[in-house]
Design a protein around this ligand. Structure first.
Ligand SMILES: *Cc1c(COP(=O)(O)O)cnc(C)c1O
Length: 429
C-alpha cells in the first residue's frame, strides 16, 4: 500500500500530474525561508506575476499620453473592457455580449435586482439559502424593504436539512414548489461559502422558471472554481467577484452576467452614460438608450487600473482552460480528503459533500472539540497553529476551518504540509 502521507508520494503526484502547476506564474508569500502553503484563494487569490506589467502599462500610458490614452496605442482605455470580455465569457460559459466586468459584487447584485426583482402584491418574495453570505442577505432584504414589502415574510430562507449545513436538492425543490406562486426571484450560490457545497445550477434555474420566478446566481465562490455554463443554464443573471479564485487583487473589479434573452430588454434599470448605446454615447444626448447585452448595465467608465490585473489572471485561465483545471482541482481536493480520512479522522470532520460533483476545491473542516491547548477552543487553536507554521487557511466562527487548494498554484506537497501540520498539532495537544 502506498503511504499517502510520505513527501515522496506527494512529490510523485505533483510530478506525474497531467496538468503541470502554474505555481511559478504566481508570487507566493513567504514563511521564513520557505513559501507559505496558501489555501485562502477563496478569500484573496495570489498575485499573478503578469499583473504588475499590466498595471504599469496603464500607469505609463497615463504618464505619457494622458487623455489620449483612451484612443491611442496598445490597450487603449476606451475599448479596454474588450480585453477581458472574451476570456471572461469563456470562463463562465457565456456569449461575449452576456458578460461585463464592472463595479463590485454587491453593487452588481443590487443593479441586477433593480431589473430582475420586480415584486408585485401576489409575487413579492425572494428565495435564498439560509446562512447566506451577509452581504447577499443585506442586499436582498433591503431590496424587499425598498419596494415596500417585508423581509420577515418575503425573504424565504431554505434551511439546511443535512449535517454540516448542507441542503439537499429535494429540499430546494420542495421549497421552490411550496413558495412558487409568491416567488419573484430565486438567488442561489454556485458554491456555498461556508459549507463548500456546490449545486446543480441548471436544475435550480428550471425549478425557478417553472414557477414563473426569475433566477440569479451568486458565483463569488463558483467562478474560476467550477466549470460553469451560464448561457446554457438559462439563468437570468449572475454576479461574482474577481479577487477570490480569479486572483485579480483586493477589491478587484467584479463580474456580471445577463442572459442573452434579456439583451434588448425594456426592463427598468438604473442607467449611467457607460451603458448607453455605444455608437451614440458621445452625442451626449439627454435620453438613455441602453446598449444591447450586459454592457448596457454599466454606469461609469471603468477603472482601468482595477481591470489591469484581471487581464493577467484571465491569460492563465485561458492557457489551461476550465475543464483541465477542474480535473486538477478534483485530484488535489481528493488528495486532501483522502489524507484527512486516513490520518485525521479523529481530529477533523469534513463538512463539505464527499461527492466531487457537489463541491469545488474547498473543504470546510469542523475541528472535533476537546483538544484545545491553553484552555482555548480547539478550532481556533489549530487555526493559529497552522498559521504559525506557514499553513494559511481561513476561519469561520464558531468552529470551521476552510481549506481551498487552488489548482492554479497549490500542489499535492502543499496539501500534505497541511495534513502533517494538523498531525503535529494533534500529537502535541
Ligand atoms: C466574497 C463574497 C461577497 C463579497 O462582496 P463584495 O461586494 O465583493 O465585497 C459577497 N457575497 C458572497 C457570497 C461572497 O462570497
Amino acid at each position: 500500500m502506498t503511504d499517502l502521507s510520505s513527501p515522496a508520494h506527494a512529490a510523485a503526484l505533483d510530478a506525474a500530474d497531467p496538468l503541470p502547476t502554474l505555481r511559478s506564474e504566481f508570487l507566493i508569500p513567504r514563511h521564513g525561508d520557505d513559501e507559505q502553503a496558501y489555501f485562502v484563494g477563496n478569500s484573496l487569490g495570489l498575485q499573478p506575476r503578469g499583473a504588475r506589467a499590466h498595471v504599469e502599462e496603464v500607469l505609463d500610458k497615463w504618464a505619457m499620453e494622458a487623455v489620449e490614452g483612451h484612443f491611442t496605442g496598445q490597450a487603449q482605455w476606451m475599448p479596454y473592457h474588450e480585453l477581458v470580455r472574451d476570456p471572461l465569457a469563456r470562463l463562465v460559459g457565456a456569449h461575449p455580449g452576456e458578460v461585463i466586468a464592472m463595479n463590485s459584487l454587491t453593487a452588481n447584485l443590487h443593479l441586477m435586482m433593480v431589473s430582475f426583482y420586480r415584486p408585485t402584491r401576489e409575487r413579492p418574495a425572494i428565495l435564498i439559502e439560509a446562512g447566506s453570505f451577509p452581504s447577499d442577505r443585506y442586499a436582498v432584504a433591503s431590496q424587499i424593504a425598498f419596494h415596500g414589502f417585508d423581509p420577515v415574510t418575503d425573504l424565504i430562507e431554505v434551511e439546511p436539512d443535512e449535517p454540516g449545513g448542507l441542503i439537499s436538492m429535494a429540499t430546494i425543490e420542495r421549497a421552490i414548489a411550496e413558495h412558487g406562486p409568491r416567488l419573484a426571484l430565486v438567488l442561489w450560490p454556485g458554491v456555498q461559502y461556508r459549507s463548500g457545497q456546490a449545486f446543480d445550477l441548471p436544475a435550480i434555474v428550471r425549478l425557478a422558471h417553472a414557477q414563473g420566478a426569475l433566477c440569479g446566481f451568486d458565483l463569488a465562490h463558483g467562478v474560476g472554481n467550477l466549470e460553469l455554463q451560464l448561457h446554457d443554464s438559462g439563468v437570468d443573471f449572475a454576479v461574482w467577484c474577481h479577487y477570490k479564485y480569479l486572483n485579480s487583487g483586493p477589491g478587484a473589479v467584479a463580474g456580471c452576467f445577463v442572459h442573452a434573452h434579456h439583451a434588448r430588454t425594456d426592463r427598468p434599470r438604473f442607467a449611467g452614460w457607460w451603458g448607453h448605446e455605444t455608437s451614440t454615447r458621445f452625442r451626449m444626448g439627454p435620453d438613455f438608450v441602453p446598449t444591447a447585452g450586459a454592457e448596457g448595465w454599466q454606469l461609469s467608465n471603468p477603472p482601468i487600473l482595477g481591470l489591469a490585473p484581471l487581464r493577467a489572471s484571465l491569460d492563465l485561465f485561458d492557457r489551461v482552460g476550465m475543464p483541465a483545471l477542474r480535473e486538477k482541482s478534483r485530484r488535489l481536493t481528493g488528495y486532501l480528503e483522502a489524507l484527512i480520512r486516513e490520518r485525521l479522522a479523529d481530529t477533523l470532520d469534513i463538512v463539505t459533500p464527499a461527492d466531487p460533483a457537489q463541491r469545488g476545491c474547498q473543504l470546510s473542516l469542523r475541528v472535533i472539540g476537546g483538544r484545545g491547548l491553553r484552555g482555548r477552543a480547539a478550532g481556533r487553536d489549530l487555526f493559529d497553529y497552522l498559521a504559525d507554521n506557514g499553513v494559511l487557511g481561513d476561519w469561520r466562527e464558531p468552529d470551521v476551518i476552510r481549506i481551498s487548494p487552488a489548482p492554479l498554484y497549490n500542489t499535492h506537497a502543499d496539501v500534505l504540509r497541511f495534513a502533517r501540520a494538523v498531525e503535529a498539532w494533534r500529537d502535541t495537544a
